[in-house]
Ligand binder design. Sequence first.
Ligand code: CTP
Length: 216
Amino acid sequence: MKILITAGPTREPIDPVRFLTNRSSGKMGYTLAGAFIHEGHSVLLVSGPTHLAVPENVDFIPVETAAEMHEVVSHHIGRMDIAVFAAAVADYTPAKVANQKMKKSGDSLTLELVRTADILGAARQKFDFLGTLVGFAAETENLEENARDKLSRKACDLIIANDVSKPEIGFDSDSNEVLLVYPDRSELLPTASKHEISLQLVDEIIRLHATRSRSS
Ligand code: CTP
């Protein structure tokens, strides 16, 4: 199978020396990329800046901003069988990027932010992607309800949801506990290393893809 994976945070510039970002380490996406390769699939990893080594044999396109990630995904998604959106894409970006380093003045500063493009949301609606579509949901409350809402709004086949309010799992941690949310059911994968979880996810996603292909 040909698999596209987005991973990592994005970096939204404010001026030449500052940017907005988030706490995503990229570990989940990179570990998944390695696990798909291990199972004999081909992977294109589109990633924001991380400290991680790119797994061997993975095709890799580094990006910085949400807009760059959107552009790269729009180019490549058409030839993919499966797309997995693990990136923690910024939802907002500065309305203007200063050409020079901003100097401080006054006691407060208001930064105007504008929405970024929703890349996962564009997969079906704009890019006309027909393959198996998997998204992630990082939530601090109402995990299943919020994930199920994302599943239907973004026309995904599966949302992998995790509760990032639990410090021992998610973001920078090496372990994770995820709730798999499908249109017709949910299933909990109990806490395990991100490596172990990613092996289970690869099995689930490949099985899901096979089921979808049989019924279409
Ligand atoms: N995502 C994306 N592009 C964006 C924002 C999010 O591709 N600009 C993808 C993420 O990679 C993830 C999924 O969408 O797979 C969930 O992201 P999230 O920001 O939680 O979804 P939202 O619908 O924006 O929900 P919220 O209201 O919680 O911000």
